[in-house]
Design a protein around this ligand. Structure first.
Ligand SMILES: NC(=O)c1ccc[n+]([C@@H]2O[C@H](COP(=O)([O-])OP(=O)(O)OC[C@H]3O[C@@H](n4cnc5c(N)ncnc54)[C@H](O)[C@@H]3O)[C@@H](O)[C@H]2O)c1
Length: 155
């Protein structure tokens, strides 16, 4: 499968890239190296399965370029410094909402159907809003049920 990993030079992203390459996927990474480090991906540089694009997911041009011929997206690029948002208050709007919009819009245009998205919001919501229930699990259950419902309706 041809996979795009946004934020692939980061902590989680670089480990994910290792696993994807190990299972035989062709992996393209887009990362602006703001908190990531290219040395995390050094061991893949000579691999034909691997491609690195230094780019910004806030730029529609960079995202459009990175999305060409992709089948699946793992969207991990984000500002990891949560406290920054209290000083530069549009940080999460740009790095979170607008960047994710750019990814989704570019997927729509290119016909890419699958995305996996790691959101700190769900983790935070789970901690603060729902101490006894796992919101991520609930969302997964909901999506699973929707899928079952759609299948039942289709048959
Ligand atoms: N680490 C955790 O405990 C944790 C927990 C829950 C969710 N998450 C989420 O997982 C994702 C990855 O987290 P991480 O710990 O690997 O963080 P990280 O900072 O190590 O990785 C983020 C990567 O995204 C890149 N990046 C940031 N802004 C970018 C932009 N505009 N364009 C392109 N690349 C950009 C950075 O250079 C970095 O390589 C984030 O979305 C984070 O919110 C992390």
């Amino acid at each position: 499968m041809r996979v795009l990993v946004t934020g692939g030079a980061g902590f989680i992203g670089s480990h994910l890239v290792d696993r994807l390459i190990q299972r035989g996927d062709d992996v393209r990474v887009i990362d602006n190296l703001s908190s990531g480090d290219l040395s995390f991906l050094e061991h893949h540089q000579s691999s034909e399965q691997f491609e690195f694009i230094e780019g910004d997911v806030c730029s529609t041009d960079d995202v459009t370029y990175a999305m060409k011929d992709i089948e699946c997206v793992f969207h991990l690029a984000a500002n990891p410094d949560i406290r920054l948002g209290t000083q530069i208050t549009d940080t999460d709007l740009k790095q979170g909402t607008i960047a994710t919009y750019n990814i989704l819009e570019s997927m729509r245009i290119e016909g890419v159907k699958t995305i996996a998205f790691a959101s700190i919001l769900l983790s935070t919501a789970r901690m603060h809003l729902c101490q006894h229930q796992n919101i991520t699990d609930l969302v997964c259950q909901f999506l699973f049920m929707e899928r079952v419902n759609l299948r039942e309706r289709a048959s």
